[in-house]
Design a protein around this ligand. Structure first.
Ligand code: ATP
Ligand code: MG
Length: 340
């Protein structure tokens, strides 16, 4: 799959986030930043995936419902504008659930079980064989989301690449059943930091693993997270030469610091020896504090006006209901079900 090509001519873009927690720094570098730029020239829709959030939280639905507006506030706080991007709620778009039902018949259980992201998520969540059917099949519902909008470009973190492959397989099956092109294949758009690790470096940063620095994190939380960050375990004394690869402080500096030249000097110095982790962490903390301060402030202001956030979702969902109903009509047609 080509992951970089074609982001400069107008395309239909669909992205989304599970409503399983507030958004974090991984989302910021993995997709939010790009969405802010992409909304200037493309037809962009962002889906708050509440139904997908329920696939592993059905017995704790509040976790999902209580985060819907938080996520909308996160979007607005980083600069996503409802006048340029349609923001909608998955559960308000019945056509997506219906498309999922049709696609379910085109995918085998063994294909779903081969999905590497789903495999590792099942392991992380300790599901073993008691996986909710909805969780195992969420790549199919994600295919419904993407094709439901006829999206050609999907900005995602690299954990989502298997989902896009699965989507394109479904698209090809639908088109071959129809004997013509009804759905279009999509391409992923990866950022320069497609998978931000957690501060301990053990996993990707993720809402569900409780290892995230949220966009609304307080000054104290940011400071504590940076202080606890994994560096080079063999860099014991300041004068020791240190390793930059796998050192999470440098991974974050690469992802977030605006001055690349300064960071490469810092890396040289660290490799040579004579630069302590306290200093590199201080540089990182200052950069994250500066970056998150205005986002936290705007986020707080947006959350003070919940009616405005709900209104954005209502309007965006209305527009999206119409778009997705058209795709559903075309897919039902293939199965001969538009009888009346
Ligand atoms: P959950 O743990 O509930 O799955 P999550 O933190 O993985 O939450 P998602 O809502 O699943 O977040 O992902 C939304 C988008 O953000 C996807 O495109 C995903 O690839 C991207 N993303 C999530 N985490 C990261 C990360 N650590 N680095 C880069 N991109 C990420
Ligand atoms: Mg996820």
């Amino acid at each position: 799959m080509n992951t970089k090509q074609g982001a400069d001519k107008p395309e239909i873009i669909l992205t989304g986030d599970r409503a399983t927690g507030p958004l974090h720094l991984g989302h910021y570098v993995g997709s939010l930043k790009q969405r802010v730029t992409l909304q200037e020239i493309h037809e962009q829709t962002i889906l708050v995936a509440d139904m997908q959030g329920l696939t592993d939280n059905a017995y704790n639905p509040k976790k999902v419902s209580s985060n819907i507006l938080n996520i909308v506030a996160d979007y607005l706080a980083v600069g996503i504008a409802p006048s340029k991007t349609t923001i909608c709620l998955q559960s308000q778009l019945p056509a997506l659930a219906e498309l999922t039902m049709y696609y379910n018949n085109l995918v085998t259980i063994s294909r779903l079980e081969r999905n590497p992201t789903v495999k590792s998520e099942i392991q992380n969540k300790g599901f073993e064989r008691s996986i909710p059917a909805g969780f195992l099949t969420y790549p199919i519902s994600q295919a419904a989301d993407i094709t439901g909008f006829n999206a050609s470009l999907v900005p995602v973190g690299d954990d989502q690449l298997p989902m896009l492959e699965q989507t394109n397989e479904i698209v090809r099956k639908v088109n071959s059943l129809a004997g013509r092109i009804v759905l279009s294949e999509c391409r992923p758009l990866l950022s320069n930091a497609p998978r931000l690790p957690s501060t301990d470096g053990k996993n990707k940063m993720s809402k569900s693993l409780g290892n995230a620095i949220n966009l609304g994190a307080t000054e104290k939380e940011i400071s504590a997270a940076v202080k606890s960050m994994y560096t080079d375990p063999n860099h014991l004394k300041v004068e020791d030469p240190g390793k930059v690869e796998g050192n999470i402080v440098f991974t974050y500096l690469d992802a977030f610091h605006p001055d690349e030249g300064y960071i490469s000097q810092l890396k040289e110095h660290y490799r040579r020896g004579g630069l302590g982790d306290g200093t590199t962490k201080k540089v990182l903390e200052e950069c994250l504090q500066d970056m998150l301060r205005p986002i936290r402030k705007r986020r707080g202001e947006f959350l003070n006006d919940k009616a405005q956030l709900v209104d954005i979702l209502i309007k965006g969902s209305q527009i999206s209901r119409e778009k997705t109903a058209k795709v559903l009509f075309n897919v039902k047609d293939i199965f001969g079900l538009n009888i009346f």
